[in-house]
Design a protein around this ligand. Structure first.
Ligand code: GAP
Length: 514
């Protein structure tokens, strides 16, 4: 049995995530709500570990900068709702929109640029192209799978138009009488711009004055707090401000599990530099962020960095080092093969200029070393925490039919939600007492652990493998006499004997506890 790919892999992964308490559909007992996901006990730990690793590598212990200089980054934590003028200044109110199409038959909404992929996955499209006889198909399968399709609703008038089409896309359009709906086969409206901002009202009166928005990105908090941070800390250019937090986008077609959701988490850094050094720092962050994802275990052929083509660049990045994406080969990445995990953008001084103009506050920085006043330029590595989590889950999912659990999660030990399983081989002969003491020590000094005395040792290993626990420690008959235990490695299945009082240091070193 090999590791499945594509939608088969996603099905297995989603099922494992639910079964083992990584990720649940939000409000599942009410039928769920599209685009919202909850993180269960293992998922919350895994997400926190990924977040903490990012924070550690940004705020507490960032790598040395170019030429080996130490760099300075401070972390902040801003509100989800801010003054609505923030979004006027950032351009989100005017321009943060996706083209949307509505099905005239079933009324569903689709992001226009997602329609081709959705059609490729659509059950009715596959069945339509496989049908040897379109009349029989329209009367039977077509009625069930594509009740909105013009060919199904009005066979005689539609069939001749299909005959005129020269390629597959043309046949589909002819069968639908326009852009086809991936769900019911109906025809889609022309694309219209749809703003992705979630609206709310602040206070008791629901009028335009009270209108506010849930943030669609965490980045703006770093810009409108730029002056506060400069005035209240000792940071000097070049320096960064970063935060991790929730963002909200009313995505037209949330899809692919937690990849594109309506509520998600981001980890964003705004790194402020002198304009003359922008290209140097852009290159630094491009390399550093790629390496960070590799260090987590996404190394190899599933990870790549892609520089944007010139026509993809935002207007403020056109004259600079540019923008790039760290991309991962998600199982649903389709023909392109890779999709975005993190964007690294050179944003010039666009955002500070906008906030200065709209707020009227002076945001220039006085550079004592250069004796110069200027609006700093910005390099922005903007990563998705929840999207990163999905990449980690996809990479970790492993199939090994020779094990008691044929599915296991090979997380980096530092990310693993449970660091060690602690088992007494049998529930007698002094073993539970030693195991309970060790369990308490591991929890206190290493991290989350699980005590398990139920069923065979093989079944206990299987439970831990599925949860991605890197080590299992077993207290057996020998422990009672010579104070040694076995430690089993999740990835190799190998066991070594270690002296009891060396278990905690052994585990601490391997799970990245300093
Ligand atoms: N401040 C820049 C910014 O927000 P972005 O490319 O729109 O840039 C950055 O978002 C990252 O946030 C993306 O690379 C992705 O990982 C994550 N992200 C964006 N929209 C998302 C969504 N709907 N669901 C999950 N993650 C999302």
């Amino acid at each position: 049995m090999e590791k499945p790919t594509g939608s088969a892999l996603m099905e297995k992964l989603v099922a494992l995530c639910r079964r083992r308490g990584f990720i649940f559909q939000s409000s599942e007992i009410y039928g769920g709500i599209n685009g919202f996901w909850d993180y269960g006990p293992l998922g919350a730990e895994l997400k926190n570990n990924l977040r903490d690793w990012w924070w550690e590598s940004m705020v507490h212990n960032p790598p040395a900068g170019p030429e080996g200089r130490a760099i300075e980054i401070v972390g902040i934590d801003c509100t989800i709702i801010s003054h609505p003028k923030v979004w006027e200044a950032s351009g989100h109110l005017g321009g943060f929109a996706d083209p949307m199409q509505t099905c005239r038959q079933c009324k569903r909404l689709f992001r226009a640029d997602h329609v081709p992929d959705l059609l490729e996955e659509s059950a009715w499209v596959k069945s339509f192209f496989a049908a040897p006889d379109l009349k029989r198909w329209a009367d039977k399968d077509g009625k069930k799978l594509a009740p909105g399709l013009a060919l199904v609703r009005n066979f005689a008038a539609t069939l001749p138009k299909i005959g005129l089409a020269t390629d597959q896309a043309g046949r589909l359009r002819a069968a639908a009488g326009g852009d086809p709906c991936p769900e019911c086969g109906g025809d889609l409206t022309e694309p219209r711009q749809f703003n992705l901002m979630f609206e709310t009202w602040v206070g008791a009166v629901r009028d335009d004055e009270a209108k506010a928005y849930l943030r669609p990105e965490t980045a703006q908090g770093m810009f409108f707090n730029f002056k506060n941070v400069v005035d209240s800390t000792r940071v000097k250019i070049p320096f960064g401000i970063c935060q991790v937090g929730r963002s909200f986008r009313n995505e037209v077609t949330p899809r692919n599990f937690i990849f594109r959701s309506r509520e998600f988490e981001q980890m964003e850094l705004e790194f402020f530099v002198h304009p003359d050094e922008a290209n140097l720092w852009y290159q630094y962050w491009r390399d550093t962020r790629f390496r960070w994802w590799q260090d987590l275990g996404l190394a190899g052929k599933n990870l790549r960095i892609r520089d944007h083509d010139r026509d993809e660049l935002a207007h403020y990045a056109k004259d600079s080092g540019g923008c790039c994406d760290v991309e991962y080969a998600f199982p649903f990445s389709g023909e392109k093969g890779f999709t975005e995990l993190e964007g690294i953008a050179y944003r010039s001084n666009y955002d500070l200029t906008q906030h200065q103009n709209v707020s009227g506050a002076r945001l220039e920085y006085f550079d004592q070393d250069r004796n110069e006043r200027y609006l700093p330029h910005v390099i922005e590595p903007a990563a998705g925490l929840t999207r990163g989590l999905l990449a980690v889950l996809c990479e970790a999912y492993t199939v090994d039919p020779t094990r008691p659990s044929p599915e296991l999660m090979r997380f980096h030990p530092r990310l693993a939600p449970i660091k060690a399983g602690v088992f007494p081989l049998v529930n007698k002969e002094g073993m539970p007492e030693i195991a309970e003491q060790l369990y308490a020590d591991v929890r206190r000094q290493v991290g989350p652990a699980q005590y398990d005395a139920k069923q065979s040792i093989g079944k206990r290993y299987a439970r831990m493998d599925e949860a991605g626990t890197p080590f299992c420690v077993t207290i057996d008959g020998e422990t009672v006499t010579d104070q040694t235990v076995t430690i089993r490695d999740r990835d190799t299945g190998n066991q070594i004997r270690v002296v009891l009082d060396q278990v905690v240091p052994y585990l601490r070193e391997r799970v990245g506890r300093r």
